[in-house]
Each structure stands twice: as structure tokens, then as C-alpha cells.
Write a protein that binds this ligand. Sequence first.
Ligand SMILES: Nc1ncnc2c1ncn2[C@@H]1O[C@H](COP(=O)(O)OP(=O)(O)OP(=O)(O)O)[C@@H](O)[C@H]1O
Ligand SMILES: [Mg+2]
Length: 402
Amino acid sequence: MTKPFPHERSQSRPSPAEPMEHNRLHARAGDEGFFRQVVAGMRNGVLAITRDGTIALINDEAYRVMGLEPRSTDIGRAVIDVLRDVPDVLRVLADVFEVTLLANRAELRIKSTGTVIGYTLAHVRSDDGLIVGASMFFKDLTSVEQIEERERLRDRLAAVGEMAATLAHEVKNPLAGIEVLAGLLRRRIPDVPETQTLLADIINEAKMANAIVQEVLDFVRPMRLQVEATSVATAIYAAASLADTHALRGQTGLHLELPEALPLINGDAHQLIQVFTNLLTNAYEALEGTGRITITARVVPRGPRVAGAREHDPRMALLVEVADSGPGIAPEIAERIFDPFFTTKVTGSGLGLAIVRKIVDAHNGRLDLRTAPGEGTVIAVALPVPHPLDEDGDDGTHSDRR
Ligand SMILES: Nc1ncnc2c1ncn2[C@@H]1O[C@H](COP(=O)(O)OP(=O)(O)OP(=O)(O)O)[C@@H](O)[C@H]1O
Ligand SMILES: [Mg+2]
């Protein structure tokens, strides 16, 4: 049985002006070192201030999330000084002693680090119920946000994919019928040249429609990766020559800046070639024959970087950027370009980037888009570089994803 903490015995009723019930702690008494470790080891940020605005307690996670360097001398210092570089948090704390109803599960973005946090505020009361301080608990939501975004996309893809698969399946048979029947007719009337040309056109159109249907079916089929140690640079070189056959190069200059010593990644070479072929094809199409495409690759830390983080993630990613000097993409279009069937082109199927996203996702990679009208387009693909930490399975590649 847990014994009430000693102060319960001496607790007096809160004054009528502060009617909140006095919270009690149920814990073993006299074990301060233990409690300190509880707070220190919490995976939430914890910050407490006294009524006169000085820091009473702060743990490492709080420093990390706020992008600050931990300093033991901060205890007892004015919160305005210590959190000078995180005005977003200061703003939340500013009226914490004036209000009785405090935020529970609120969110804010720390602008200096780009981190989104979910936080809870609480008053700290003395044994006789007076407010003597305030505490803030918070959690880094950045990765939660990213995961939610991915889940939403996956749901959307699954719904669209199912519909497309049914449609494609239904259309495939009549299309094959048209092709066969037109072929029969062609053989029956071999001596009428105009009709022969018309029938040849019908057969060609049916073949083209069939190719699109096949592409849709390929897209909606669950992806199985053939994972092996793969050179991304080799995939890019292969894509460069393949893209030539897909789009008009014209006077476009293609520059590959690929360092020789890039690490191998665990990937499906064939699928990665497809990723870069699709990106390059789009870039050529955007440039319409004049301009410049640059593909660069470098190794960067994985995941969102937090300024001042002491224990940073030792895992790395290979970042490939495909940049073109084309017309760029307007914001209202930019947010849709990875959607299946979204296209602004007369002959496009709108599947190029949806396939890119699906493959990068299956590699547990990330995609990023930087563009503005008139300023060209950069699509960045970050692929995880294998690391022993990945062996726990939290970050490996997935071989059966839609
Ligand atoms: N580099 C780029 N510059 C400008 N717009 C782009 C670029 N890449 C993609 N887009 C826009 O995104 C849309 C979707 O691209 P996506 O590759 O998915 O389909 P598509 O190229 O239209 O057709 P498909 O690739 O199936 O032939 C394009 O229609 C185009 O409007
Ligand atoms: Mg495309």
C-alpha cells in the first residue's frame, strides 16, 4: 500500500479565493534522490518556476526540446533570462499566475527550432493551498505530426488505389476486345487502304490505353522490395539515361554532383531507378527544352535536427536533391503533386510522383519539396543509411506497403 506523503497530515483547506482541491502526492516519503531521477529520466520536458519568476526545476528533455544547452546554474535564475531565446514558451508562462483555468493539452510551435510541442500547465501549491509556483509538462510532437501526415496519405492512397484497381480491371477486358476485333476487321478488308489506316490507329489507341491501365495496376499493387546493398549513385546514372527516352531533353543541361564515397543503402535498385527517372522526367518536362538540372547527393543526420541537442541521433541519411531551373510550382498546386492522378499535363497520368512517394515510403525515406513560381523546383529524397541501431526494426525498410 502506498502511504500518503507526510504533508497530507498538515494540509489545511485551500482559501475560498482559490477553491481548487489541493493535490496530494502518493509516494514513499524521504526519497528525494529517487524523485529527482524520476523527473530527470522523464521522456517529457518538465519545467517548474516559482511565483517570483525563477527556475525551480528543469530536466534535460526540456532543454533538448527548446534547443537550449543545459546549465546547472540556471536553477534560481530568472526564467526571462534562461528562456530568452524561446519567447513562445515565455509567452505561455507569462500569465500562468493570473489565470485559474490553465491549458491542458495545448500545442505550440517553438519557432527557433521548428518543434511542435503539446503541453500542460499546472499550479504548484504549498501545503496550505497557496499557489507558490507553476509547472509545465511538454512533449515533442514533431514526429507524431509527421507520422499522422503519412498515415493520412496512406489511407488516401489505399482508398483511391482500391477504386482504381477495380476500374482498371474492368476496363482491361473491353480494351483487349477492341484491339482483337479491330485486328480481325483489318484482316477481312485488306484492300481498302483508308480503312486499314483507321484500324491501325484504333489498335494503337487501344494499346496506349492499355499501357495506362497497366501503369495504374502496377501502382496499386502492394510493393515488394528486393532489398540489397545498393548504390544510389548507380541508380541515378541509370535513371539519367532512361529519362532521356521518356522526355525531350533539348538544350537542357544535366549536372550530376555525386561524391565517389557515398555509402550504400539497403534498397531496391530497380525501384530507386524508377524514383529518379520519374523526377528527372518531370524536370525535363518542366524545362521544355531549355534550362538546367542538377542532382546532388550528400550524407546528412537523419530526422529533424534540434539546435542545441546534445545527444543527437547518430543515424544518417543519404540526401539526394533533384533541382531544376524550371517555372516552379504554385503553392495551391504544390500541395497536391504527390496525389495519385493529379496532373497539369495533357498526356500525364499523374502517377509519376505518387509512385515516387510510394517507393520512398517503402524505403522508410522522406520526401521534401522546395519550390516557388519562377524559382525552379527542388525535390529532396532522404534515404536511411544503414546503422546498427536500426536492427531493432524501428527503422528498417518495409517490404509490403501500398
Ligand atoms: N519539376 C517540376 N516542375 C514543375 N512542376 C512539376 C515538377 N514536377 C512535377 N510537377 C507538377 O506535378 C504534377 C504531377 O507530377 P507527376 O509526375 O505525378 O505526374 P505527371 O508528370 O503529370 O504525369 P506522369 O508522371 O504520370 O506522366 C505535374 O503534372 C506538374 O504539374
Ligand atoms: Mg511525371
